[in-house]
Design a binder for this molecule. Structure first.
Ligand code: SAM
Length: 351
């Protein structure tokens, strides 16, 4: 029996566990923080769930493994500290100091938009991870962080960047920042479908969602003018999804109507004449230097004061160079906010 004071373990209601053989992860689905588990981590996590307290988990593990008690106790305590730090569990000394912490009940809008985000990202069908040349099992962490290319899902940008779209779109609505929402570079349309869903959820009928893409995949880089796009030369035509398929994706979620406007063509041709008046949320996901620069040059002047600019691909040299050059040339000093390993955003200053 244990002599040291026990620690009660309460699992956060947003915690999700994934295990595949000897690898797994526990994920906080409200923040998307997660801890990866190896074989020992899986055993410790299972023991905490089964035992409900640190001492019970220790007893379970000692009965199962031949291991030095004090080493295991140290490892288990460290594990509990890690889990607590990212909100996967609440760990409090028992018996009298523990009280379950009430969490705010989600609203109907939260439930709808969470479900929409899970749907467009392929979480609901546990869509396979498909790289450029391989398919491997669904990986929750990769979906959360948008590190893979899903087989069927409507977006590849992952839950963190989808939630960022929601957060900034809703801020624009609450703050009455005038203008439409637009994404340049939509692939299967998932991020723009979410934008339309956000308008629907908030019963906004006087804003539109612009869906801008070649619908023929990535362009052939113009290396004479844009040498930074060298990397993309072999990838011309990749990520080709037809306009009809993107329309069908909107339609499948009952979000296709006249508040959705498709802008088909290469950005250099479609954006200069696009009849867009004001933009509250500008999202760029065109990967290349040229695509990023064309989007910024043509659309940034239309972003309202207080509006938002999201850059999906700031991790890519080509995109980063275009963003950095554009910001410098236009003396944009609004700080870049980091979303995750790839995405950043900034707010256009209010006048
Ligand atoms: C990485 S994908 C976009 C991913 C998408 N935002 C999502 O939610 O999954 C890049 C898209 O940009 C489009 N694209 C890139 N450069 C373009 C350009 N210069 N003109 C038109 N479309 C372009 C491609 O056709 C492709 O659909």
């Amino acid at each position: 029996m244990n002599q040291s004071p026990d620690t009660l373990i309460a699992v956060n209601r947003d915690t999700v566990t994934e295990v595949h053989g000897d690898e797994g992860m526990v994920v906080n689905m409200s923040t998307f923080d997660y801890i990866e588990l190896d074989r020992v981590g899986i055993a410790m996590w299972q023991a905490l769930l089964d035992g409900g307290s640190a001492n019970s988990a220790l007893d379970i593990l000692l009965a199962r493994f031949e291991v030095d008690r004090s080493t295991l106790e140290t490892d288990l305590n460290e594990f509990i500290i890690q889990l607590t730090a990212v909100g996967l569990i609440d760990a409090e000394p028992q018996p009298d100091r523990y009280e379950a912490k009430p969490t705010a009940a989600p609203t109907a809008i939260d439930l709808y938009l969470d479900l929409l985000i899970r749907t467009v990202s392929g979480l609901t069908i546990r869509d396979n991870r498909k790289g450029m040349t391989y398919v491997s099992p669904f990986h929750l962490g990769h979906r959360i962080h948008g590190r893979d290319i899903p087989e069927e899902a409507f977006t590849m940008i992952g839950l963190l960047r989808l939630n960022n779209v929601r957060a900034l779109a809703e801020r624009a609505l609450v703050d009455a920042v005038p203008g439409d929402f637009i994404e340049t570079g939509v692939w299967r349309g998932g991020a723009t479908i979410l934008m339309r869903g956000i308008l629907a959820a908030h019963q906004v009928t006087d804003r539109r969602v612009w869906v801008a893409d070649s619908f023929e995949g990535l362009p052939t880089p113009d290396l004479a003018r844009f040498p930074a796009d060298d990397y993309w030369s072999p990838l011309a035509g990749w990520l080709n999804v037809s306009l009809e398929d993107v329309r069908a994706n909107f339609d499948s979620l009952q979000l296709l109507d006249d508040q959705v406007v498709f802008l088909k063509g290469w950005f250099s041709e479609s954006l200069p004449t696009a009849p867009i008046e004001q933009i509250a949320l500008l999202r760029l996901d065109g990967d290349l230097y040229e695509s990023t620069m064309d989007s910024l040059t043509n659309l940034y002047p239309k972003v309202s004061p207080g509006g938002y600019v999201i850059i999906d691909d700031y991790n890519l040299d080509s995109c980063k160079l275009a963003v950095d050059e554009f910001r410098e040339k236009n003396a944009i000093t609004a700080p870049l906010q980091i979303i995750d390993w790839a995405g950043v955003w900034w707010q256009v200053p209010s006048e």
